[in-house]
Design a protein around this ligand. Structure first.
Ligand code: PEP
Length: 251
C-alpha cells in the first residue's frame, strides 16, 4: 500500500548554521517519537544537503528543492541530480509553483528533470496545482490533469510508481488560506481517478498524493483523515521543529 509522507520544504530560508540547528532539532524529536509508519522528509537548500544528511538518522530522508535539466557541464549556477545524490539525499522536489512562476519551470524542463532524477535514484516529489483564477473559473481539474500528464505521463508504469505527487493549490501556498478538507479530498480523488485511467488501479492505489498549502498542526489531522490524502508538503510550518512534528504526529 502507499506510503504516508510528511515532507518539509524550507525554501530559501536558513544559513548553514541555522539549517543544521533546525535539522538537529527535528531529528531529536523524530528519534524519540513513534512515527506510526509516516516517512519524514526535509527539503533543504542545496548548501545544507551534505551536512544535514550526515546529521540525521535513518528516520529522516533529505530532499533537494530542484535539480538541473542537464547532466553536467557548462551550466553555471546549476546543481545536477547526480550531485544531489552524492550528498546522500534521496528525494528531490520538482515543479514547485514558485519555480514554475519565477524561474520559467516548464513541463518540458520538468520531463528532463524527472528523468535525470530517476536515473540517479532520486525520488521526485512532483508538485502541481491551480492558481485562484483557475479555481474560480472551474478550470482547476483540467489544469491539474494537464500538469500531471505533461510532466509525468511519458513515464512507464514502473517509473511512475517511483514518483510522489504533491497537490499544492497556489492560492493556499504561504497565504494562511488552506484548502478545506473537502476540497483536498475532491481533488485528490480526481487525481487518483486520472491515474487509474492512465496506469491502472494498482499503480494509482500505490501512489502517495500529498497536500500542500498552509498546512499546520491545527488543520493537518482533518486534511490527513481523507482517504486520498496521503500526507503533506509543508512550507512555513516546517521551519519550526515543534510545528513540523505536530504535523507529522497528526496522522
Ligand atoms: C509549499 O511551499 O510547498 C507550501 C506548502 O508552503 P506553505 O506550507 O507555507 O503554504
Amino acid at each position: 500500500m502507499r506510503k504516508k509522507i510528511v515532507a518539509g520544504n524550507w525554501k530559501m530560508n536558513n544559513t548553514l548554521e541555522e539549517g543544521v540547528k533546525l535539522a538537529g532539532q527535528i531529528n531529536d524529536l523524530v528519534e524519540k517519537t513513534d512515527l506510526n509508519g509516516v516517512d519524514v522528509v526535509i527539503g533543504t537548500p542545496f548548501i545544507h544537503l551534505a551536512e544535514v544528511n550526515k546529521l540525521v538518522g535513518d528516520k529522516i530522508g533529505v530532499a533537494a528543492q530542484n535539480c538541473a535539466d542537464e547532466v553536467s557541464g557548462a551550466y553555471t549556477g546549476e546543481v545536477s541530480a547526480s550531485m544531489i545524490k552524492s550528498t546522500g539525499s534521496k528525494y528531490v522536489i520538482l515543479g514547485h509553483s514558485e519555480r514554475r512562476e519565477y524561474y520559467g519551470e516548464t513541463s518540458a524542463k520538468l520531463v528532463k528533470k524527472v528523468k535525470l532524477s530517476l536515473e540517479n535514484g532520486l525520488t521526485p516529489i512532483f508538485c502541481f496545482g491551480e492558481v485562484l483564477e483557475e479555481r474560480q473559473s472551474e478550470k482547476h481539474f483540467d489544469v491539474v490533469k494537464s500538469q500531471i500528464a505533461e510532466g509525468l505521463f511519458n513515464l512507464s508504469a514502473e517509473d511512475f510508481g517511483k514518483i510522489i505527487l504533491a497537490y499544492e493549490p497556489v492560492w493556499a501556498i504561504g497565504t494562511g488560506v488552506t484548502a478545506s478538507s473537502a476540497q483536498a479530498q475532491e481533488m485528490h480523488a480526481f487525481i487518483r481517478k486520472t491515474l487509474v485511467a492512465q496506469y491502472g488501479q494498482e499503480v494509482a492505489d500505490n501512489t502517495s498524493i500529498l497536500y500542500g498549502g498552509s498546512c499546520k498542526p491545527s488543520n493537518a489531522k482533518e486534511l490527513f483523515e481523507n482517504p486520498d490524502v496521503d500526507g503533506g508538503l509543508i512550507g512555513g510550518a516546517s521551519l519550526n521543529a515543534e510545528d513540523f512534528m505536530g504535523i507529522i504526529t497528526a496522522f
